[in-house]
Design a protein around this ligand. Structure first.
Ligand SMILES: C[S@@+](CC[C@H](N)C(=O)[O-])C[C@H]1O[C@@H](n2cnc3c(N)ncnc32)[C@H](O)[C@@H]1O
Length: 293
């Protein structure tokens, strides 16, 4: 653990550091513990110096997202920091409008390609019904004429997205494929469900799709309503968490890993924490209050 600090990375995916407590629904390594954040954060009250999650909040429904942030508040020590990275709805909306106007005025291929991409950024991750969606197909198109623009939006993640797209379909082990087929047959017999409906329901539970989006105003309102204070918008390699840039989580050698992000930090108040914790807990639904008490 770094200098006695307990640092927690929620929904870390493949981006974690061994000095941190790393949690994810699908652990990619022995250094990541399995946890479904919808059930809470499996840590003691007031135990973490910092909690961080990148591109996780938007995968939860607004209600579950709020619960998870309430959990971040609970597990943080007084004066501890919460750092959040989410796709920036404001930035996406502004870019979309700019590209829309350019495509309207000058419908040449490059403007049309950028406009189509921004539409995908707004919509595809919410409505896709299979892994990668239309964004995945656009990224892996070798003939894309707007590769530079795609890189400006996706940063180094573009390579990860391309290799994930390439391995799609080769991933499921034979056993789970057979099990999947049996489940679909059974559902068809029992409830008359079409197998596509079942596929889609399974996919939507897998954690890939976006269920909500945030901007600087809605995120600030949300964390303040849970008792956090001192909300700040940061750069990818700027943080009040000691040594954060050295962990290379949001920026690789100073270059943002996910340039489409809004990075924010806020703090659990040091003095008034008992009062604000009680307030935050009181705002959570009943079954969750018991869990965190
Ligand atoms: C878009 S990835 C982001 C991964 C990583 N934090 C990053 O910045 O690259 C979203 C991650 O959230 C995880 N996730 C989604 N829903 C979750 C849940 N209910 N509990 C725990 N992890 C979840 C997914 O498994 C996935 O690893």
């Amino acid at each position: 653990m770094s200098a006695g600090q307990k640092l927690v990375n929620l929904g870390c995916g493949r981006h974690f550091h061994s000095d941190w407590v790393n949690l994810d629904l699908v652990p990619f390594s022995d250094e990541v513990k399995a946890a479904d954040l919808i059930n809470g954060v499996p840590l003691e009250n007031n135990s973490a110096d910092a909690v961080y999650h990148s591109h996780v909040l938007e995968h939860l429904s607004p209600q579950c997202g709020r619960k998870m942030l309430g959990e971040c508040f609970r597990v943080l020590k007084p004066a501890g920091y919460l750092r959040i990275a989410v796709p920036d709805l404001e930035q996406i909306a502004k870019l979309y409008l700019g590209k829309l106007q350019a495509a309207w005025e000058t419908p040449e291929p490059i403007n049309m390609a950028d406009y189509s991409w921004m539409k995908l950024e707004l919509i595809d991750q919410m409505v896709r019904t299979s892994s990668g969606g239309a964004m995945g197909r656009a990224i892996s198109d070798p003939d894309a004429i707007n590769k530079e623009f795609l890189r400006s939006r996706l940063g180094s993640e573009i390579e990860n997205a391309q290799s994930a797209q390439a391995s799609e379909g080769r991933r499921a082990p034979v056993f789970s494929k057979i099990l999947g087929k049996i489940k679909k047959k059974l559902a068809g017999w029992l409830w008359g469900h079409h197998s596509e409906t079942l596929d889609e329901a399974e996919f939507r539970r897998s954690g890939e799709i976006h269920r909500w989006m945030y901007d600087r105003v809605s995120l600030r309102e949300l964390v303040f309503s849970l008792g956090f204070s001192d909300f700040r918008i940061c750069d990818a390699d700027e943080s009040r968490i000691p040594g954060f840039s050295g962990y290379q989580l949001d920026a690789l050698e100073g270059v943002p890993r996910k340039p489409d992000s809004l990075f924010i930090e806020c703090q659990k108040p040091a003095e008034t924490f008992a009062k604000t914790e009680a307030t935050a807990r009181a705002r959570l639904p009943g079954e969750f209050q018991e869990k965190v008490a």
